[in-house]
Design a protein around this ligand. Structure first.
Ligand code: CLF
Ligand code: SF4
Length: 317
């Protein structure tokens, strides 16, 4: 999906992304206007995942590819802070720090929390954002609020475990692995409970939905209606990218036309995101101008996991 915007980093000279104003107005994913003015950075501190989505594949990184969830390196919280300080100095319109994998932010809670604490200690204004599959949201929603995470994305592909069993291979929960209906039911119940908790506490919630032809596409309008009733802020219906090596590798991808017509139909119920770029777990910059390559060597020289770290593809941030 090629962006048509004519924006560049240069139009950021007159803004201070760290001024305390309307935070959502400075969040490039939650606000269409903000995506033309502000930058975000992802810190890849969360390598592990606690579920297995059929559209996800663990691949080694390739410097030539830019796929969702992929990262060139995994950072420790201390390295993440160092990278943030470097990027903050160089990307003057940086407004958001997000944790978006390459696994699940909450499945790596110790590292995620430490990273947020370290950064907050150095920057009281930067907006915190986080994406998760939602399995552990009921456990950590309260702490997220206390840490000042005001924007959270949860990937909710369906509300019906019968559909979910075709999307999730397994769910690891409280020390046990669940497959099929049981796993999907646990995941969906956790997602909904977690979203309710966040909304009650004033967190803006975005829901990502991966549109998979013949699997959940017919069900998406019902999902969006339910999200509206739960006061979710925006939904982001994303195309399936059939990742090599994933269970869905031979499934048809979702075309732009059918994707946008689904978004338009669902737009009658809930605000829709049209400008998602399905970015990497180490993305840096404006959504249409990824600058992660500029900063990639920063920690490779200092002993971070480096190239070859486990990464995920086709994930839904
Ligand atoms: Fe990152 Fe996601 Fe926060 Fe944005 S991305 S954690 S909400 S700061 Fe944005 Fe990237 Fe799309 Fe995600 S364009 S994949 S929606
Ligand atoms: Fe985990 Fe995300 Fe991969 Fe799903 S897509 S298995 S939530 S890393």
């Amino acid at each position: 999906m090629k962006c048509q915007c004519k924006t560049s980093q240069n139009n950021s000279k007159d803004i201070n992304p760290r001024e305390p104003e309307d935070k959502t107005g400075r969040h490039p994913c939650f606000s269409i206007e903000a995506h033309q003015r502000y930058a975000r950075m992802h810190l890849p501190v969360a390598p592990v995942c606690n579920i297995s989505c059929n559209y996800c594949s663990r691949k080694y990184d390739c410097v030539n590819e830019s796929r969702p969830g992929v990262t060139s390196q995994i950072l420790t919280p201390t390295q993440a802070l160092q990278k943030f300080m470097i990027v903050r100095d160089k990307v003057e319109n940086l407004s958001v720090v997000g944790i978006a994998g390459p696994g699940d932010a909450l499945a790596n809670w110790g590292k995620t929390r430490k990273t947020l604490e370290l950064i907050r200690g150095r920057d009281p204004e930067v907006i915190f954002c986080l994406s998760t599959n939602g399995l552990l949201l009921p456990d950590y929603a309260g702490e997220l609020v206390e840490l000042g995470v005001g924007h959270v994305t949860v990937t909710v592909n369906c509300l019906d475990p019968a559909i979910g069993q075709g999307i999730y291979r397994y769910v690891d929960y409280r020390g046990q692995r669940y497959e099929g209906l049981a796993g999907a039911a646990i995941l969906i119940a956790s997602q909904l409970e977690g979203i309710r908790h966040l909304v009650r506490r004033g967190v803006l919630v975005k829901v990502n939905i991966v549109m998979i032809k013949g699997v959940n596409d017919f069900h998406i309008p019902d999902v969006v209606k339910r999200l509206k009733d739960m006061h979710v802020f925006i939904s982001n219906i994303m195309p399936l990218i059939p990742a090599r090596g994933s269970a869905f590798e031979n499934y048809p991808g979702t075309g732009a036309k059918e994707l946008n017509s689904m978004r338009a139909a669902c737009g009658a119920d809930l605000r829709q995101m049209y400008h998602c770029r399905q970015c990497r777990a180490d993305a840096i910059g404006m959504l249409d101008n990824d600058r992660s390559a500029e900063f990639r060597t920063v920690h490779e020289e200092e002993g971070a996991t480096g190239k070859g770290a486990v990464c995920r593809s086709a994930r839904a941030v």
